[in-house]
Design a protein around this ligand. Sequence first.
Ligand code: UDP
Ligand code: MG
Length: 336
Amino acid sequence: MDRLALVVPCYNEEAVMKISSEALRGVLQDLIGKQKIAGDSFVLFVDDGSKDKTWELIEEEHRLYENVKGLKLAGNVGHQFALTAGLITAKDYSDVTVSIDADLQDDVTVIEEMIDKFHAGNDIVYGVRNDRSSDSFFKRFTAQSFYKMMAVMGVKTVYNHADFRLMSKRAVEQFAKYKESNLFLRGMMPLIGYQTDCVYYERKERVAGESKYPLKKMLALAFNGISSFSVKPISLITAFGVMIICLCFLAAVYALWSYFTGHVTAGWTSLILSIWFLGGVQLVSIGLIGQYIGKIYIEVKQRPRYNIETFLNERHSMGSVESRQSPDAHANSDRL
Ligand code: UDP
Ligand code: MG
């Protein structure tokens, strides 16, 4: 039977840890009882450099329950990196993984359906929200505009799928070979190419605590998603530049015509406005190209994407924990 790992990134989630752990352990028990997964399946909580009691709570859960493991990262590296760290660690101890947020906004009851689809031969099963009514209007609007924008920019993503997904061991192994530092998991998974399917669920409210994705982080994720997968914005700039040049020719023809026909074009305002407008366009364009160069800069450095501080794996009889130090000492935080 297949060993399942539930991978849960947690950042300042002390308010939900207990509830979350209980619910996820419940899911494992249920599936083990139904003989759909192996008895030694487990939950892996990944602490993304939390500043509150999250890690202490994970340690406690690990002490109390055999099927809870914990991974502590050195510093806050962001959701996408924390999830990557969890998946890559979990794959060595499991046959199939399901990634899910700690706040239980994603419906844990569809995990069974995911497992069924995995047994039916799918390597990746996406959890797709078919109802976002629990999200605020603003969140819904921005998220949906984002998916549409991604499609316009030519990036393949699964509409309304966040990071609630099942991946087989070999899918995670393939994913681990994608070494980029600018991570956007939702865009990367479809590139793996194995057979995929979807399960649908209603997105709920957070059980407790607050969203760790403020507008700034959400915009950063959206921009990162587009610029990591598409160079279309740069092509658009070129097209825009060509358009402006054509407009300039037309304006020059008009100016010559007014000169020879005696119409004087008095227009300091229009002149200054167009200079400022074009100046702005140029600065934005240079800035955008700069963003891409910045990404190349980060990629070529090939820094480790996360550093593991402690890994609570097997429990020893004395209650001590197995700890693994990362070979690389410095944390690389704030990558997102
Ligand atoms: N998270 C993380 N690192 C961060 C921010 C968030 O590991 O820097 C985790 C967080 O604990 C949660 C998941 O990512 O399990 C999704 O975050 P959240 O629920 O706050 O986002 P939202 O659902 O509001 O988009
Ligand atoms: Mg959430």
